[in-house]
Design a protein around this ligand. Structure first.
Ligand SMILES: C[S@@+](CC[C@H](N)C(=O)[O-])C[C@H]1O[C@@H](n2cnc3c(N)ncnc32)[C@H](O)[C@@H]1O
Length: 223
C-alpha cells in the first residue's frame, strides 16, 4: 500500500477530526499523505476534453467555482488559470498561505477564505456558485456530518449549478480520515438536498495511486 494511504489511516476520535487544530497539526507535522502535489488528473481531463459541465465563461461572465476543503489548492489554482472565478475554503491556515503564495507568483486571482465549511458567511456562500468541486473534503469529515455537508454544498450553488464530485476512497477501507465512501449513500445524501445525478463513472485517468478507488459523480441542482 502506498505511503500516502497508510499515513492517512490514523485512528482518531471524530470530535477531534472536526477541528482546525487537528488539520493544522497534520500540516505542521508534514502528515499530509493525501497531498498529490498537483492538479487532480480527473478534473484536468474533464476540463481539457471540454467535459467539465460549466464552461469558464457563461453569458459573458466568468463562471464561479467553490472548492471546499481545498488544502494546498492545486485544483483551485488550475481552474482560476483556466478563467474560472474561484473561491477556495479551508479552515487550516498553512495550506492557504501556500495557495496564496502560489496564486501571487502565478499572477492568478483566487478568493481564499479561511473558514469552517459548516460556518460559512451566508451572504457569500448561498445560491451563488456555478459549480462546486468536491475532492477529499467529504471523506475528511466525520461521517456523521455528511448529510449536513451535502446541504452546505447544495445551498452554495446557484439554480442549475453543478456539483462535480470525485468520491475517494470507494474501496471500503476502515478507519480514517479518509473515511470510506459508499457511493450509493453519497448519491442518496446529495439527492435528498435537491441534487440530481447526471453522470457517474469510474474515471480512467485517476492518479495511479488512487486508480479504481474513485468515482466521478456529476450532480445538477434541480430545486
Ligand atoms: C484530506 S485534506 C484534502 C485537501 C485537498 N482537497 C486535497 O485534495 O489535497 C482535507 C482538507 O479539508 C480541510 N477541512 C476538514 N474539515 C474542514 C471543515 N470543517 N471546514 C473547512 N475545511 C476543512 C482540512 O483542513 C484539509 O485541508
Amino acid at each position: 500500500m502506498p505511503e500516502h494511504i497508510t499515513r492517512m489511516h490514523m485512528p482518531t476520535d471524530n470530535a477531534r477530526i472536526d477541528t482546525p487544530d487537528y488539520w493544522a497539526e497534520r500540516y505542521a507535522s508534514g502528515q499530509t499523505g493525501w497531498d498529490m502535489k498537483d492538479e487532480t488528473p480527473v478534473f484536468r481531463g474533464l476540463r481539457l476534453r471540454g467535459e467539465f459541465p460549466v464552461s469558464a465563461v457563461q453569458h459573458g461572465q466568468a463562471a464561479t467555482l467553490f472548492v471546499p476543503g481545498c488544502g494546498y489548492g492545486y485544483d483551485a489554482l488550475a481552474f482560476a488559470r483556466a478563467g474560472y472565478r474561484v473561491t477556495a475554503v479551508d479552515f487550516a491556515a498553512e495550506p492557504l498561505q501556500v495557495l496564496q503564495d502560489n496564486a501571487v507568483s502565478s499572477n492568478v486571482n483566487v478568493a481564499i477564505v479561511q473558514a469552517d465549511v459548516f460556518a460559512l458567511p451566508e451572504n457569500r456562500f448561498t445560491g451563488t456558485f456555478s459549480a462546486v468541486l468536491e475532492y477529499t473534503c467529504y471523506c475528511a469529515l466525520p461521517p456523521e456530518r455528511r448529510a449536513e455537508y451535502a446541504r452546505v454544498l447544495a445551498d452554495s450553488l446557484a439554480p442549475d449549478g453543478w456539483l462535480v464530485a470525485l468520491l475517494f476512497p470507494t474501496d471500503g477501507r476502515t478507519g480514517g480520515p479518509p473515511f470510506a465512501i459508499d457511493p450509493e449513500e453519497a448519491q442518496q445524501l446529495f439527492t435528498a438536498v435537491g441534487l440530481e445525478l447526471i453522470r457517474s463513472e469510474v474515471p480512467k485517468d485517476s492518479h495511479p495511486a488512487r486508480a479504481g478507488k474513485e468515482l466521478l459523480a456529476l450532480f445538477r441542482k434541480s430545486m
